[in-house]
Design a protein around this ligand. Structure first.
Ligand code: MEV
Length: 437
């Protein structure tokens, strides 16, 4: 791989890019073969995929899986998930099945407001700026109608503009915090277009007042922190429901240990991050399968987890002598239209598989997948431990990486039903098969 400055890389053809990148690879031939073998058979589709990003050499496939049996607000969903991590889909599926037999997931939307920010410095009189606000807001709203009109027709648009004064923390710095409803779309492009137009309008407004020298626009961009675009999801059951996991008589102990594990994530950041990562195992997988911006979802979720001032669990458990209730609440700024939602050849099928949910329904599905993943992880952690199930699932990856033949793989899978899976043990076992031939 050339570890040097590569001038004009983006201007090169794909063939030239491949040539440069492969030029110093040891096994150039197999690099080409692997890239080529994963190209789409339809050149038009391949070209579409390549245009999603830049400097594209080929495709990087991830498994597209299904977690069936999600009962959410009394409706069944079959949930597509994209993840590279073994056990995630199996664990979410197992939790979905369990909760489908125990009332399912109960989800509700607590808000769908998104935020955009216009950051600026004001060098004039503060009182003048404050007095100008009402007139300025009307000016901005009226003169952005050409951008907001069609979103308004779909029930969205700008819902408020607020002036925030940060001058006590940053000299001269103010912000217009603009709130939006973006209907079925995530709305990033819409919000950013409106904000950039507002920035120009603000300059125009203050120029008209002879105050152009007082204003400096710093930047206009949406905020990925969306605490008012919020979904809540919970599961609840009598403790008896846990009998299949624990055997008779141990349900209470299981529930107590489970709550303790969640409470630990409530007070300890080191544990909370791992706990929430388990939640995002489910959330990201559905966000990816529906071509949503999982980085935005993650960023907002983690910021929400720290809203009290210290980073904490996104889920919580209420436990009484008889009943267990587990809740997950998090912001989810997603869309069912726009972006790659319909352009991605597989994402569009995810919407079909999910029975064409609207955006609020999709928020509830994604939250349920997060809660299912969290429930499954904590359940394993407080009982058998995570490695038993995980390594069983990972066994196939280990066998593939050791180039085990199909028949050896079959034997190994049988053998490791009764034995602990480690890379070393699997290697030894395969060697023993060879020796016994
Ligand atoms: C692994 O991907 C996720 C877990 O670490 C989550 C957790 O610890 O709760 C198992």
């Amino acid at each position: 791989m050339p570890s040097r400055f590569i001038p004009g890389f983006s201007k090169l053809s794909k063939e030239e890019k491949l040539r440069i990148i492969s030029s110093e690879l040891e096994d150039k031939k197999h690099f080409y073969q692997d890239i080529e073998s994963l190209n789409h058979s339809d050149p038009e589709m391949q070209s579409r995929l390549e245009k999603f990003s830049e400097n594209t050499l080929g495709n990087f496939p991830l498994p597209y899986g299904i977690a069936p049996n999600f009962l959410i607000n009394n409706k069944f969903y079959t949930v597509p998930m994209v993840t590279e991590e073994s056990s995630v889909v199996a664990a979410a599926s197992a939790a979905a099945k369990f909760w489908s037999e125990n009332g399912g997931f109960h989800a509700e939307i607590k808000g769908t407001i998104k935020i955009g920010q216009l950051h600026f410095c004001w060098f004039g009189e503060k009182s003048y700026l404050l007095e100008s606000m009402d007139k300025l807001k009307s000016f901005l709203l009226k003169n952005t109608l050409h951008i907001t009109k069609s979103m308004k027709e779909r029930g969205g648009g700008v819902t408020g503009i607020e002036l925030l004064d940060f001058t006590d923390r940053l000299d001269k710095y103010y912000q217009l915090r603009v709130s939006f409803l973006t209907s079925e779309s995530m709305g990033a492009n819409f919000i950013n277009s409106v904000l950039e137009e507002m920035a120009l309008l603000m300059k125009e407004y203050f120029s008209g007042e002879g105050k152009q020298e007082s204003l400096e626009i710093i930047m206009s961009i949406l905020s990925n922190y969306t605490p008012d675009c919020l979904v809540e999801c919970h599961v609840e059951a009598g403790l008896k429901a846990f009998e299949p996991f624990t055997g008779t008589g141990k349900e209470k102990e299981f529930a107590r240990r489970f709550k303790m594990a969640v409470d630990i994530a409530g007070i300890d950041t080191y544990r909370a991050v791992t706990h929430n990562k388990g939640i995002f195992n489910g959330i990201d997988a559905v966000a990816l399968a529906t071509a949503n911006d999982f980085r935005a979802v993650e960023a907002a979720g983690h910021a929400y987890a720290a809203r009290s001032g210290s980073y904490s669990s996104l889920s919580s458990v209420d436990l009484t002598d008889r009943a267990f209730r587990m809740k997950l609440e998090l912001p989810l700024a997603i869309g069912t239209v726009g972006g790659l939602t319909r352009l991605h050849p597989i994402a569009k099928w995810s919407y079909e598989i999910l029975n064409k949910p609207n955006v609020e329904e999709l928020m509830m599905i994604i939250a349920s997948a997060g809660l299912a993943s969290n429930f499954a992880a904590v359940r394993s952690l407080v009982t058998s431990g995570i490695q038993k199930g995980h390594m069983k699932m990972h066994l196939v990856n280990i066998l593939s990486s050791l180039n085990a033949s199909a028949s050896d793989q079959k034997k190994a899978i049988e053998h490791f039903k009764e034995h602990r899976v480690t890379y070393h043990e699997v290697k030894e076992y395969l060697a023993s098969l060879k020796n016994s031939q």
